[in-house]
Structures are given as structure tokens and as C-alpha cells.
Design a protein around this ligand. Structure first.
Ligand SMILES: [Zn+2]
Length: 179
């Protein structure tokens, strides 16, 4: 499956580490993206711990396992959490795009090197084009996907994740001290 995608990562494709921070579940990301597009109302029922959208009769959060009797669900995702997700997606998008451009560059340069490296091909415009064009087409599909969708995605996630985890830890400290 190709992981290459537009600057907005789709939630189900997202790479997720197990670092103790439950932000963000794919469902919460989907919800916040849909809200930002005006496709869904902001209010609903959310896990009181990780803010994953849940059903009203849910007993335990499917994402973080928090029991709804222990921590009451909330009807809106707190603004700092939504802001953290927007920041994370923006950072990831920049890294995915940046790496995809490296892939585009390689896709153009590598076939050129191949054409110039073979004397008989190099000396014939038609032969050179015949070799360059298909290599370019394949490279344009493969390299941006690998660089952007794989390396860019991971690098961007790594860069963005530290901030998200910091927001989360501060949020939890304030939330749990307050009540
Ligand atoms: Zn939860």
C-alpha cells in the first residue's frame, strides 16, 4: 500500500508510537478534521481522558481503556488538545511535502544519470528519450511516495510528537490537579 498522500495525513494511515501519550486516537483525529471542515458538529461524547469520540453508553474507552464511571465523558474536546492536533498535523505536512520534493528531484536526476552514463543512449535523442521517459514516470510514482510518505511522515511525526506529548503532560497535570 502506498503511504504517499497529500499534506493532510489521513487518520487511518498515521504512524503511531507507543510512548504513553494517548493523544491522538485515529477517531479523535477524524473528528477534529471533520469539525474543521464543517462536516460534523463540534459537540458530542468524548472519553474524559483521551477525548476519543465514544458512544453515550460506552463503559470503557476503546482507545485508552479509561472507565467512563471513573472519569466522566465530556461533550467537547478541550481547545488546547484540538490546537495540539492542528499543530502536529501542520508540522507533519511540512515534512511530508519537503521529503516528497526530494523524491521528485531524485526521480528526475537518476534517469538522467542513466541516460548520460550509457554512450549509445546518450548520443541518440530518440533512444535517450525512450529510456528517460519511462524511468521518469516510474520514478515520479515511487520516489516521492517513499520519501514523503515514509521518511517524511516518520520524521515529521517525530518532530511534532515531542510538542504534542509536552502539551499532553501539561494538560494532564493541570486537569488532574484542578479536580
Ligand atoms: Zn480514552
Amino acid at each position: 500500500m502506498s503511504r504517499y498522500r497529500s499534506p493532510e495525513p489521513s487518520p487511518e494511515e498515521r504512524f503511531r508510537p507507543d510512548d504513553g501519550c494517548p493523544i491522538f486516537s485515529p477517531r479523535l483525529e477524524e473528528h477534529l478534521v471533520a469539525v474543521s471542515r464543517g462536516e460534523t458538529p463540534e459537540r458530542g461524547t468524548f472519553c474524559g481522558n483521551c477525548y476519543t469520540p465514544i458512544a453515550r453508553d460506552t463503559k470503557a474507552c476503546p482507545h485508552c481503556n479509561e472507565s467512563t464511571s471513573k472519569r466522566r465523558p465530556v461533550d467537547i474536546v478541550p481547545a488546547p488538545i484540538a490546537a495540539a492536533l492542528r499543530a502536529q498535523r501542520a508540522t507533519e505536512g511540512r515534512w511530508v511535502n519537503g521529503f516528497a520534493y526530494i523524491g521528485v528531484l531524485l526521480a528526475m536526476v537518476l534517469p538522467l544519470a542513466a541516460v548520460l552514463g550509457i554512450p549509445t543512449v546518450k548520443d541518440s535523442l530518440i533512444l535517450g528519450t525512450a529510456v528517460y521517459a519511462p524511468l521518469l514516470l516510474v520514478g515520479m510514482r515511487v520516489f516521492p511516495a517513499i520519501f514523503g510518505g515514509y521518511f517524511g511522515d516518520r520524521k515529521g511525526f517525530e518532530k511534532a510528537r515531542a510538542k504534542t506529548v509536552a502539551v499532553w503532560e501539561q494538560w494532564v497535570a493541570e486537569r488532574d490537579n484542578a479536580g
